[in-house]
Design a binder for this molecule. Structure first.
Ligand code: GLA
Length: 685
């Protein structure tokens, strides 16, 4: 019988959380002693899973049409015999030199129109038929040869995919895409992109070019459509890979490793094609511009962003460094104890794995000084190896939490389209807009108070959420406004800000008042003017109880219709004009905050919304992070102390899985960089 853990667990055969990471034995095939030692060390470190083949194309196919998979088979067999499972990657991220030499058009073309030379990785044209064909051949061989290997857990497609190609073929496909998008009617494109302005009308689709850096970069509609096309084109390529595995090995799930909040690919589109999502986390540990708690708060935001791509199941941390990174301005070592805490953060946020880049340091080549579990020293007594082994045993101790979920009843709305629209659009410079930072700082305010917040699309089903915050939702896609109205109508509490509802999906401004598409009715306000402030400008928002919020960067001048005014501007020609409003709508409420205010100041309002929704807020000591994972019968409260001081935490009673000890109510003490995972039974109904 499958027990509860096995039912929800992504990989029950691995017996708990996955622990391991990128393993590149291709470099050591002439060193059987090293390959043998690797397995001994993996077992010592509690490794139960490795990722193979991420960049192995040339090892599989050293010469065009000649294949060699025997080495991989031997390694997979040996690993499996020792209880170590495999995530097998497709090697499409780094194509061989022979391919470039024989077929130069497989290389990417940059925005200036120059074709790259051979080199690096992620240098392949998504549209290239020969690249697609050759990747397809390898993938089919991998699927048929390894698809039924008992050690295979998961397919890993390519590596950290993203990047725009401006080659003639991609240009042609862009035009074909546009022609389909605008019903083969150039008039519709001209209308949507408002091309009569500056005399930019096209008379035929063949005249439209990608936005070359020395070409057409002045049409906002084109710029955002190029981003959408790039995601479409990358996915069109990746689907040719994914289809092969779905067809030949339907029993094996498929993932891709994402990178935090990539600008280059709309991860929501990509996630639709995957069985589960994963990402690579590389925070700048111990930097000199913020506290470690702040750095890791940002990292937790990315965990939430990735988790929310598929909130119905756990995700995977596919890569992180066991010690240092490579190629950053400064590659600072994680201080003793911090690695364990960062790994625990991933688990706390809903990951079912801790995987590293990489297992053993490469002797030469790129990234030869990047952190790895096994150093050039090669021994098992390094600090890094010891800390990784401790993570191995820790994951074992908390394995009851595998497959459990982080429930969130609060959501932040964030869209890739909106980001592109803001960043590629008009208004003031990107520096002032700071869309990503604005979303993140709002999210971090909820995080600081122990409130789990998902990061979801404007198209998401919001019915499971009680409170939704929608910062700077400048572009409304078709259906967004209706989705928000429905949410509030049914009792949801929504907060939107300045710069909401200015343009439609083509970057055309809404006529008849912002926020457009009917949202001015939801909020009961119209934004008549947008004032952009210089850094030295100051204004404030004043509330009836005397509270004040400081305003920076943006202030909208509102016309108030059916909303109640909660706060007014304290200065300037719009002094006493509405700045914060609230409208009852259906069974819910819609707040509008017309100016940029630091989220820490806005907390009083967020807290009020949470209170109205009946959602608890935690009082956490400074620098302590909290998350909860919920299983059917048990909950797991994670407390992480990111400071070098002892912290006393008001935690509920339960068993700390890290120490095995009972922790009576309100007695939890966390040592510097300390942590606890408190298990509690879910009360019977
Ligand atoms: C990424 C890549 C890895 C490696 C690491 C180094 O995450 O996927 O191949 O280059 O960065 O940090």
């Amino acid at each position: 019988m499958v027990d509860e853990m096995e039912k929800d667990c992504l990989f029950p055969q691995a017996g708990g959380f996955l622990h391991g990471g990128d393993y590149n034995p291709d470099q050591w095939l002439d060193r059987p002693d090293i390959l043998k030692e690797d397995i001994r060390l993996m077992k010592l470190a509690g490794v139960n899973c490795v990722t193979l083949g991420v960049f192995s194309w040339v090892m599989y196919e050293p010469v065009e049409g000649e294949f060699s998979f025997r080495w991989l088979e031997e390694i997979m067999d040996r690993l499996y015999a020792e209880g170590i499972y495999v995530i097998l990657s497709t090697p499409s991220a780094a194509h061989p030199a022979w391919l470039d030499a024989a077929y130069p058009t497989v290389r990417m073309v940059r925005a200036d129109g120059e074709r790259n030379r051979h080199g690096g990785r992620g240098n392949s044209c998504w549209s290239s038929p020969i690249y697609r064909e050759k990747v397809g051949i390898i993938d089919r061989k991998l699927a048929s040869r390894f698809g039924s290997h008992p050690g295979l857990l998961l397919w890993h497609i390519s590596n950290e995919v993203g990047g725009e190609c401006f080659c003639p073929l991609c240009g042609k496909r862009f035009r074909e895409y546009l022609s389909r998008r605008f019903d083969h009617d150039i008039k519709k494109l001209n209308q949507a992109w408002w091309t009569p302005f500056w005399g930019h009308c096209y008379s035929d689709f063949t005249q439209v070019e990608p936005p070359f850096s020395n070409g057409e970069t002045s049409i906002p509609g084109l710029l955002v459509e190029w981003k959408r096309f790039t995601t479409w084109n990358i996915m069109d390529f990746l689907k040719t890979e994914i289809r092969i595995f779905k067809e030949l090995t339907p029993q094996i799930p498929v993932t891709m490793n994402f990178m935090s909040f990539s600008q280059k690919l709309d991860y929501r589109q990509a996630a639709k094609e995957l069985s589960m999502v994963s990402w690579d986390s590389y925070p700048a540990f111990h930097n000199d511009w913020e506290t470690l708690y702040d750095t890791m708060g940002k990292n937790a935001f990315y965990h939430a962003l990735i988790r929310s791509l598929k909130p119905e199941k756990p995700y995977l941390l596919m890569e992180c460094t066991p010690s240092v990174v490579h190629g950053m301005p400064y590659n600072k070592q994680k201080r003793p104890g911090v690695h364990r805490l960062a790994c625990l953060q991933a688990i706390a946020c809903g990951s079912d794995s801790v995987l590293y880049f990489q297992w053993r340091k490469n002797r030469g080549g790129c990234e030869q000084h990047h952190g790895a579990v096994v150093d050039h020293l090669g021994t098992d007594d390094t600090r890094t190896f010891r800390e990784v082994s401790e993570v191995g045993s820790m994951l074992h101790r908390i394995s009851a939490a595998t497959g459990s979920m982080t429930g969130a009843e609060v959501a932040l709305l964030l869209d890739w389209d909106n980001r592109w629209a803001l960043n590629e659009g008009q208004l003031a410079s990107r520096q002032t807009k700071n869309y990503e930072k604005t979303c993140m700082t709002i999210w971090k305010e909820f995080f600081r108070h122990g409130v789990e917040m998902n990061v979801v699309s404007t198209e998401a089903d919001l019915s499971g959420y009680r409170v939704v915050v929608a910062p700077m939702m400048y572009m409304l896609r078709p259906g967004t406004a209706a989705n928000l109205k429905e949410f509030v109508e049914n009792g949801g509490l929504l907060l939107a800000t300045y710069l909401t509802g200015y343009v439609d999906e083509h970057q055309l401004c809404y006529m008849g008042g912002f926020p457009g598409d009917g949202l001015s009715e939801l909020f009961g306000v119209i934004s008549e003017e947008l004032d952009t402030l210089y850094p030295s400008d100051h204004n404030r928002i004043r509330f009836a109880d005397g509270t004040e919020w400081a305003v920076s960067d943006y202030a909208e001048v509102l016309r108030v219709g059916s909303a109640e005014v909660l706060g007014v501007y304290a200065e300037d020609y719009y002094q006493d004009g509405a700045a914060v409003t609230c409208k009852l709508y259906g069974k819910g409420k819609a707040w509008y905050v017309a100016a940029r205010v630091a989220p820490a100041q806005m907390w009083t309002l967020f807290e009020k919304m949470l209170e109205e929704a009946g959602l608890p807020v935690k009082s956490l000591p400074e620098g302590v992070e909290y998350h909860q994972r919920r299983g059917e019968k048990e909950t797991y409260d994670f407390y992480l102390n990111w400071t070098t001081q002892t912290r006393d935490v008001p935690a509920a009673e339960g068993e700390d899985l890290l120490t095995g000890r009972r922790v009576p109510e309100n007695t939890l003490r966390l040592e510097p960089y300390g942590a606890a995972v408190i298990r509690r039974a879910v009360p019977e109904e």
